[in-house]
Design a protein. Structure first.
Length: 236
């Protein structure tokens, strides 16, 4: 009888967790669809009515995810990061750039996933340090024009790999690169300079990484430079 009760309690706990994470993903998806278009965020509209954003972040406070289920873990923290960035902008609105707000990335803390955590903690400790995947740089959106475009949907565990691939392809076939064929030079976003090591693995070069996702391949003899990051707010 005791084992049966333990089994039932474990089942209830597991089912409750599944419902919580599913509800979080669903509500985040609705929020992004309502407030994001063409990679830009409707900050003024969100600022006027913050209830939905606050409710989603409140829900995320007590959700616990484990690296043992990498897809759920990564999807949760990617969404949590992007939502927290929006929250940070809204808390300082109006603002011209996330950098105009001291400690935006490294001091302001959010209650997420049972932790008190900064944006830098999510990106560098919970994601980059745990998984060797440079695609994080194309799905974590810091609130600036120079960031990859924010998608108008939530990242979901069962579609995460395809979503990350898609966003990486969009960036590397779009605004993240400027190619000058005549000069045999490619100019990349400073993200690829700041995190150079993430794009050079197992003896491959940054251009090798770019060509994995780029339709029009960059010749291996092209020189790579970087253009200045645009920190202006990614507002609609």
């Amino acid at each position: 009888m005791k084992r049966y009760i333990i089994f039932i309690l474990a089942f209830i706990t597991l089912n409750s967790y599944a419902q919580d994470i599913s509800t979080f993903f669903n509500k985040a998806d609705v929020f992004f669809k309502a407030h994001v278009a063409d990679g830009k965020v409707a900050y003024s509209i969100i600022h006027a009515n913050q209830d939905d954003l606050n409710a989603i972040l409140k829900m995320a406070e007590t959700i616990s995810v484990s690296k043992d289920n990498a897809e759920i873990y990564q999807a949760f923290w990617i969404n949590a990061y992007n939502l927290a960035v929006i929250k940070g902008i809204i808390d300082n609105y109006p603002t011209k750039s996330p950098l105009d707000n001291a400690g935006f990335f490294d001091r302001t803390q959010y209650s997420l996933g049972g932790k008190k955590i900064t944006l830098n903690d999510i990106e560098h400790k919970l994601l980059r340090a745990q998984f060797n995947d440079a695609r994080f740089h194309f799905v974590l959106v810091c609130g600036a024009v120079g960031c990859p475009p924010l998608i108008s949907e939530a990242y979901l565990s069962d579609t995460l790999d395809a979503q990350m691939d898609k966003q990486t392809k969009i960036a590397l076939n779009g605004t993240f690169l400027k190619v000058n064929t005549k000069k045999k030079r490619v100019y990349a976003s400073q993200i690829m300079e700041w995190y150079k090591g993430d794009f050079k693995t197992k003896g491959s070069s940054e251009i090798d990484f770019i060509n994995t996702y780029r339709t029009e391949k960059i010749p291996s003899n092209f020189k790579l430079s970087y253009f200045t990051y645009d920190w202006n707010l990614n507002k609609q």
